[in-house]
Design a protein around this ligand. Structure first.
Ligand SMILES: Cc1cc2nc3c(=O)[nH]c(=O)nc-3n(C[C@H](O)[C@H](O)[C@H](O)COP(=O)(O)O)c2cc1C
Length: 320
């Protein structure tokens, strides 16, 4: 590996955020580029810096501009980072922004913005270092976009939470069980107030919209023991919410199918479950919620694949 490459790779070990630095050029047109060289310099006076490659076609614009804005990107703005790092004709097209201090564009949806007057420019080898005085700043409760080893990343957790805490506080199985038990407790209370037992809800939710399932499969999916499922299915059959029918593909097999009355009941419960889920995820950004669900789905799929060869009966679980 060449020296330059290994230097670049070693620098990439330093985790940074991602910013778009904006300004107005000599004609008053907005310019902007993606930069991770941003850093804080001084608190009093409030100073920040960033560096620009000398080969940048916008070097003269930043050198002549009286102000620049540092837009700290959020995890939802990966596309903006890509856009402002590529030779796109108009980088601002389709991007929401408004003029900030000295006219420098302030982008919408960022984790933070620092609006600066230019204090100094310094020679920095093949880069020019810009020192800015922060005239005003703003911060939003958004997850910042991170950059590490040449790839975008997210700050999934904070160092103190996994290096200093007790083992259990960062142990995946404990986190899954605790999150499930806390979240389930809320929804189970709602079901109890409606007089719907949790196993009944799980069974109806599994059958909803399906062509029916054998009791054994329902038990595995609902994390319940088969004799319990049989009892609840009997009760649901008495209430007219399900019925047993022969499997059209194999007449010797019996399928449990949901009836229209059962679908009516479960539809109202599903609406409540979705509202509860929205309230659980309400403190997350849509991107965080997506990452959380995607991670759990991947985990379930991989574990199911790994264990598909093993014959076992899942232990009955109280949560979910
Ligand atoms: C994550 C990331 C960080 C970057 N950081 C910088 C930087 O700090 N300084 C710089 O000059 N270019 C940086 N670049 C590259 C510029 O964004 C890119 O070369 C851009 O095309 C330069 O803009 P220009 O076309 O207006 O010259 C970065 C690119 C990415 C993807």
């Amino acid at each position: 590996m060449s020296n330059a490459n290994s230097f670049r790779m070693a620098l990439g070990r330093f985790v940074t955020g991602v910013t778009v630095i904006t300004a107005l050029d000599e004609n008053g047109e907005p310019v902007g580029l993606t930069a991770n060289s941003f850093n804080s310099v001084s608190l009093d006076p409030p100073l920040v810096l960033w560096s620009l490659a000398r080969r940048s076609k916008n070097l003269s614009a930043y050198e002549s501009a009286s102000h620049f804005a540092v837009n700290v990107l959020s995890v939802d703005q990966k596309a903006i980072s890509d856009r402002f790092a590529r030779p796109v004709e108009d980088r601002f097209s389709g991007v929401e922004w408004e003029p900030g201090t000295g006219g420098a564009p302030v982008l919408k949806g960022c984790a933070a913005v620092f609006e600066c007057s230019k204090e100094q420019c310094y020679e920095g080898g093949d880069h020019v270092i810009f020192l800015g005085r922060v005239e005003s700043f703003d911060e939003e409760n958004r997850v910042p976009l991170a950059y590490h080893a040449g790839r975008y990343a997210t700050t999934a957790h904070y160092a103190g939470e996994f290096t200093n805490g007790p083992f259990q506080d960062d142990y995946l199985l404990y986190l899954l069980a605790r999150a499930s038990s806390l979240a389930s407790a809320e929804f189970h209370a709602e079901l109890a107030s409606l007089g719907v037992p949790v196993p009944m809800w799980r069974i109806l939710a599994i059958l909803s919209g399906s062509e029916g399932h054998p009791v054994g499969e329902i038990a595995a999916r609902a994390l319940l023991k088969q004799p319990n499922v049989t009892k609840i299915v009997n009760r649901l059959e008495e209430l007219g919410h399900v019925r047993r029918t022969a499997d059209p593909d194999d007449r010797r097999k019996v399928l449990v199918r949901i009836t229209p009355a059962g679908e009516d009941l479960v539809a109202s419960l599903i609406v409540r479950a979705q509202a509860h889920e929205a309230s659980l995820l309400g403190t997350h950004t849509p991107a965080e919620a997506e990452i959380l669900k995607r991670g759990l789905k991947q985990l379930i799929r991989r574990l199911a694949e790994r264990q598909s060869g093993l014959l076992f009966e899942a232990p009955e679980m109280e949560a979910v």
